[in-house]
Design a protein around this ligand. Sequence first.
Ligand SMILES: [Mg+2]
Length: 237
Amino acid sequence: MPVTAVFFDLDDTLLDDTISSERSAALAASELAADRGVDADDLATAYMETAMDFWEHLKPKAPKPAPGALRPALWRKALKAKGIDDPALAKRLAQRYDAIRLERVELFPETLPVLSQLHGRYKMAIITNGFAETHEEKIARLGLKRFFDAVILAGEMELAKPDPEIFRHAMERLNVTPGESVMVGDRFERDITGAHAAGMRAVWVNVRHERPPEGARPPEATIGSIAELPPVLGRLG
Ligand SMILES: [Mg+2]
């Protein structure tokens, strides 16, 4: 069946989230916590690990932190891991980190040309496990909205990838069937396995040069960056 709809993950698929997060965390830590007897880089690493752990274990339908509470909670946990129990400092770190990140967030250089090329040829949507509080401003600031027919934020839906339900919801929003839909993302379990479970085809953007999990159904295509996507979509039909 010809592809008529393309669904994109956001972080590390359309923009370099990992590097910008690490740098922002290190900068916030060095500005605000350097006088607390903790090495700024160590604290930033603890923050990255805490955040990664949170996003990796994010369960669909699990209770979500109150708006604005997520980042301070993650920083508080990171501080505690370094022996500092200071909720006020956690809050300041969270605010500064968010501000720096927003200033610095950038799309991969190939993202806009590729989206421009695909725009009008396919229906397109973003499916991200992000929360409104962390992702809405980012999407707006990057000027991404104009390319997409829908932006689906897991945090607003009580659903998260890889739950096939979020992919089904996204297809409903675009009024397309699984057979004509392709998911594009960097996380194998969340993006590829999840899309397959919803009956979609999937393109893996393997930015970290990972091996696919043992025994997993392979994606219909694997690419090293989003730049390779247009011809791949052409081949998929
Ligand atoms: Mg991602």
